[in-house]
Design a binder for this molecule. Structure first.
Ligand code: 5CA
Length: 445
């Protein structure tokens, strides 16, 4: 993409309404625009990152055998009356009437809708296990929408639902989700710690939240510092193996790590003092096993191998897709702007032409652009007639992990400059080598 033809409405000034750095940087980098409280338009740069995050979420779900689909945002109130949650959900639920005076709502989550789909089509234990998921917009009329996409009213969530014959099978599904989430967050450059949590309006007391440690996080968390040494890495997990998934769960949840809702001072005090940490965290996901809560209320049963009709065991598993943009920026920025991890960056690298209009510099930039594109990479070429300082500031603000700087002086010696956004380190090298290096970095992800 050439910047002169792109839509990147960056802001020079810090927007007064933004209280935390991720919100400020998303507004300044022209990624989002608020349309009303807690509701945002996703401008091209923000939309690109959102799509990259979605792609990682999909890939990791599909690897575990979970099946993508799409349910609507608007739901009929009838299903929620059946489950008993229509009144329970309170003012967080946006209620709407259609022209026939029927009660509708904008879904804050989808347990009812998916249970209805399930009971309409599945009758036998032979069709289990089954895990369906979608990535869809949700609406929760939060009392205090704030911090940009972190606590929105309209937000994008991945929500997955498992249906199993027995509690053991459903707990395997729970463990499988825990494994996929660890890998999902790591691919986005995040460390998200599973912490014992509270079921809230979804229900169930078997639940973990995934928290990214950050000063601006809304949750207070308590943990054993040993937990931050754990990395999931690129392990090859057999998702059908109950033992393998269970082992990962045990490895990542055996140390003390709880949100304030489940914190127990006495148990915490058993952790050696030097390892006890209190911090703040951003909740980027939550997994639940809630047994037969919805299947019993909504009559979602299967016939088991002895011919008995039994309610299915269920769980639901959510990732805050749009919130993740904020979480990633909170975890990865400096005073000049965002620093995107390679896994989610909106463009793979920037090209800065120091002397737009100089025949040689223009030709070198065009050639770089072509070779990168031919390798399947997407560069953002700043071809505007601007001072070098302004171009650098924009590149730093929008946070592309790699920048190639092209100027007449370097070209005389046959080199361009390759700079890492994260370390600020630069090296001079021939343009082909810069391209090769960038290609290698992304190929290794
Ligand atoms: N049905 C279950 C799991 S599918 C559910 O709704 N879980 S949840 O309530 O924990 O939401 C899942 C994730 O969505 C949260 O972990 C959080 O990351 C994100 N989320 C929740 N509320 C908001 C909000 N107001 N703004 C942005 N993200 C949110």
């Amino acid at each position: 993409m050439r910047l002169s033809r792109y839509f990147l409405p960056v802001l020079k000034e810090n927007p007064a309404e933004a209280q935390i750095v991720s919100h400020r940087l998303m507004l300044r980098a022209g990624m989002i625009k608020q349309s009303s409280a807690g509701i945002y338009s996703w401008l091209p740069l923000g939309y690109k990152v959102l799509k990259n995050i979605e792609k990682i979420v999909h890939e990791e779900q599909v690897k575990a055998g979970h099946i993508p689909m799409l349910m609507p945002t608007l739901q009929s109130a009838d299903l929620w009356r059946e489950s008993g949650r229509y009144d329970d959900y309170g003012q967080e639920m946006l209620r709407i009437k259609d022209r026939h005076d029927r009660d509708m709502l904008y879904g804050p989550t989808n347990e009812e809708l998916i249970t209805d789909i399930f009971r309409s089509h599945v009758n036998s234990y032979k069709d289990l296990p089954l895990t369906l998921y979608h990535i869809q917009w949700k609406f929760r009329d939060e009392v205090r929408p704030r911090f940009g996409v972190m606590r929105g009213r309209e937000f994008l969530m991945k929500d997955g639902y498992n249906f199993d014959l027995t509690k053991e099978d459903a707990l395997h599904a729970y463990n499988r989700h825990l494994v996929t989430y660890l890998r999902t967050y790591e691919r986005m450059g995040l460390q998200a710690i599973p912490m014992r949590a509270d079921g809230g309006p979804i229900g169930g007391d078997y639940t973990h939240e995934f928290l990214v440690l950050a000063e601006t996080g809304e949750s207070e968390v308590f943990y054993d510092s040993e937990i931050t040494d754990l990395k999931f890495g690129s392990r090859d997990i057999d998702f059908d193996s109950v033992e393998e998934c269970q082992a990962v769960l045990e490895e990542f949840t055996s140390r003390y790590a709880r949100t304030d809702e489940t914190h127990d001072e006495a148990v915490f005090n058993e952790v050696p003092e030097e390892r006890r940490r209190t911090a703040r965290g951003i909740e980027v996901g939550q997994i639940f096993y809630f047994g037969t809560k919805y299947s019993e209320a909504m009559n979602a049963t299967v016939v088991d191998n002895e011919g008995n009709k039994v309610p299915v065991h269920m769980g639901s598993h959510g990732i805050g897709v749009s919130r993740l943009l904020g979480a990633i920026i909170e975890a990865s920025h400096d005073e000049n702007g965002i620093i995107w991890p390679e896994g989610v960056t909106p463009f793979h690298c920037g090209i800065v032409n120091l002397k737009q209009g100089d025949a040689e510099a223009d030709a070198a930039c065009d050639a770089l652009y072509k070779s990168l594109t031919a390798l399947g990479l997407e560069p953002l070429y700043d071809d505007r007639n601007e001072r070098a300082g302004g171009k650098f500031a924009t590149m730093d603000l929008i946070g592309l992990p790699w920048r190639i700087t092209v100027g007449p002086r370097g070209l005389k010696n046959g080199v361009v400059e390759l700079t890492s956004r994260r370390t600020g380190e630069s090296e001079e090298l021939p343009p082909e080598q810069a391209v090769e290096k960038i290609a290698q970095i992304y190929a290794s992800l």
